[in-house]
Design a protein around this ligand. Sequence first.
Ligand code: PPE
Length: 303
Amino acid sequence: MKAEKIWLDGSFVPWDQAQVHVMTHALHYGTSVFEGIRAYETKDGGAAIFRLREHVDRLFNSATIFRMEIPFTKEEIFEVIKETVRVNNLKSCYIRPLAFWGGEKVGLNPKDVPVRVMVAALPFGAYLGEEGLWKGVRAKISSYTRNYINSTSTKAKIGGNYVNSVFASLEVSAEGYDEAILLDTNGFVAEGPGENIFWARESKVFTTPLPTVLEGITRSSVITLAGDLGYPVVEAYTTRDELYIADEVWFTGTAAELTPIREIDGITIGKGEAGPIVRAIQDKFYKIVAGEDPAYEHWLARV
Ligand code: PPE
């Protein structure tokens, strides 16, 4: 899970030298914004980054929401991300850009604390396990409620937001489950700790509306691809019991890709395996990221 070089504040440094001080503001208060991006090996032996433009836009949107000024342009970060994959000789990998209040300060207001920026790329497999990706994972509804919309920002990937996700992950993994599902403050299904959620009933496909969840780039891609396959996706608030009786449920995310859910709270979903709709979308998705679908070449940034 390690590569040779990390880009930090304008230049590449060896992995082991990409360090921060223990009094770093972001370490104490979660004052960072980040992205999770994947590159894939393409059929011609090269590498392509999936929807890089959208990820860079979201990183800067997260910063805007957090009143953080990133001391580089979008174009610079776009190029640095491609360069980070290149200098590490990586093909399929996970890319983590992070901007953080990087000065040493005690006190919550980060005014006058410098913003630092890093980009790392590292080898990365299936987020919830190779078997889970094809056969489905076991999920549990967490007893922790998803961050309330006016306590933080659901549109921004802010480091501190993820404490809520860590609570849910620790809770359900301690009980032997693969992943959590969080409900919102009204009791409707929100999302996974790091994934959006989709479900299908009687050949209709649904996902949760945006207000309580991250505006996932995989989510938006899956809405497009499901539409291509004849399943226009409907955004709907739903309850845990509708998931129990759905034919298929699956997570989407950069890290999780499309991960089927075969069981929730001990209840088997559908036939207890990856269903036909998620498998059809997975098929299309993997062809696109391998550069085998000219119609979606515009989703790829060749490295
Ligand atoms: N919801 C949340 C809360 C979230 O963090 C992610 C991404 C998504 C939905 C899906 O968004 P997108 O990747 O744009 O489709 N979670 C990232 C972090 C995972 C981690 O463990 O770190 C990711 O998938 O890269």
